[in-house]
Ligand binder design. Structure first.
Ligand SMILES: NC(=O)c1ccc[n+]([C@@H]2O[C@H](COP(=O)([O-])OP(=O)(O)OC[C@H]3O[C@@H](n4cnc5c(N)ncnc54)[C@H](O)[C@@H]3O)[C@@H](O)[C@H]2O)c1
Length: 261
């Protein structure tokens, strides 16, 4: 495997999840050392062990991205372990895994405030807090890359993902652009990847039937759902110096979904 990320230290949130795990493995294969953080400590420790078993270097820590103290500790511990930070990979996120229509968030009139606040807290405030505490370290390293995992729901809106998820990812796209403008002078680049539906899907309250699978696939001109690897390959480029003139970009990785009507 090439060493496109040799010498880079990447902090990945949500690293116990499907995409976070894929990012950890692939970044390590490309030569990065990875700090892995997730609210699920047991699962993030298992991902660390997997990276190390494959010959990579990894550090794992529990974090709740909605808590400023917890995020501060995550950044401090990662810096104490590796000495610097070059990449912040904001990947932790939740969706509307509820089982009732109100919980699924497709009817704003019946949407409980608690669901709105919880999702915005993780998907948007979490990125704000991680950026707030990690960007000074990227600046100290002479510049770096922030990669925000957004969603096509942040570009188009979505009645599958729901109002709050769409709002959280739309907000994340705007935060991406404004942070890109603010930190360009410090050589900190900020970009967002907007995946369409990926296998494995995040857990929506809607049952997964063969009909529903067909309906989902029909949305994608390329004829299949995405995979974590589709996202991570672009993330490697954004984390590396290959993309040194790319900042403020909101990039769909969606098999053509947002290009059709
Ligand atoms: N799977 C898809 O189809 C899809 C599509 C578009 C965008 N996304 C986005 O991709 C990102 C990764 O999702 P995934 O598909 O790997 O889902 P996932 O559920 O497998 O992973 C999400 C991870 O975030 C962690 N997490 C949740 N709340 C947290 C908190 N408060 N603090 C720290 N960690 C927390 C979870 O424990 C989990 O490990 C999310 O931001 C999601 O919105 C997913």
């Amino acid at each position: 495997m090439s060493a496109r990320l040799e010498g880079k230290i990447a902090l990945i949130t949500g690293a116990a999840g499907a995409q976070g795990r894929a990012a950890a493995m692939t970044f390590a294969q490309h030569g990065a050392k990875v700090a892995l953080a997730d609210i699920d400590e047991a699962r993030v420790n298992a991902v660390r062990d997997e990276v190390e078993a494959a010959g990579g270097e990894a550090f794992a820590i529990g974090v709740d991205v909605t808590s400023e103290d917890s995020v501060r500790r995550m950044v401090e511990a990662s810096l104490a372990h590796f000495g610097k930070l070059n990449v912040l990979y904001n990947n932790a996120g939740i969706n509307n895994g509820g089982s009732t229509e109100a919980e699924r968030d497709v009817d704003v009139v019946r949407l409980p405030l608690e669901i709105w606040q919880r999702m915005l807290n993780v998907n948007l405030t979490g990125v704000f807090l991680c950026s707030k505490h990690a960007i000074p370290a990227l600046i100290s390293a002479g510049g770096g890359s922030v990669i925000n995992i957004s969603s096509t729901a942040g570009i188009l809106g979505s009645l599958i993902s729901g109002h709050t998820y769409s709002a959280s990812k739309g907000g994340l796209n705007s935060l991406t652009r404004s942070m890109a403008a603010a930190y360009a002078k410090h050589k900190v680049r900020v970009n967002a990847i907007c995946p369409g539906s990926l296998e494995p899907l995040m857990k929506f309250g809607i049952p997964r039937t063969p009909e529903r699978q067909k309906m989902l696939e029909a949305n994608y001109p390329i004829g299949r759902l995405g995979t974590p690897d589709d996202v991570v390959q672009l993330a490697v480029h954004l984390a590396s110096d290959e993309s040194s003139w790319t900042t403020g970009a909101i990039i769909p990785v969606d098999g053509g979904f947002t290009s059709t009507s």
